[in-house]
Design a protein. Structure first.
Length: 155
């Protein structure tokens, strides 16, 4: 994956969380993902495919981080991961993918988005079929951490 292609994922993530959850995430240094395990307690994933383009977006939150983000989004105090939190993770995943889609279309990467899926639990193995490396970007917030994992390539 062209490293420049990770910037739209980072920008969309920051924009969505600032706008929807009044959260100011700070990203760390991108790296190539090692292994196949999910990182956090709650993970959202979405496939992105189109004419000659394929990829995916995975966002994985630790529990304190996602509870604070969803509490901010829904203006309600969430203390545990429940169906409302999972729905919000799906919506966050969808919005980040949509923002990324818009930015990447300017670079000739046109794709459709699948319906997001949400997974609870740590260290769940996810096998990704990819011709390009998966890039991982760590983020920190006042409430906790999350990672964005992405890959996209022209087929």
């Amino acid at each position: 994956m062209n490293v420049e292609l990770i910037n739209p994922f980072i920008a969309a993530t920051v924009n969505v969380l600032k706008t929807m959850a009044r959260t100011d995430p700070k990203h760390g240094t991108p790296s190539i993902k090692q292994g196949s395990k999910t990182w956090g307690d709650v993970t959202g994933l979405i496939g992105m495919a189109g004419d000659g383009v394929c990829g995916s977006l995975i966002i994985s939150f630790d529990e304190p981080c996602i509870l604070k983000i969803v509490s901010n989004m829904l203006m309600e105090d969430f203390k545990e991961i429940n169906n409302d939190v999972l729905d919000a993770v799906g919506e966050i995943t969808n919005m980040i993918s949509g923002g990324t889609k818009s930015a990447l279309s300017e670079k000739g990467y046109n794709f459709n988005m699948a319906t997001p899926m949400m997974i609870t639990g740590k260290n769940i193995s996810l096998s990704q079929l990819s011709k390009t490396p998966v890039i991982t970007v760590p983020f920190t917030t006042e409430a906790g951490q999350f990672v964005v994992e992405a890959h996209i390539s022209k087929a």
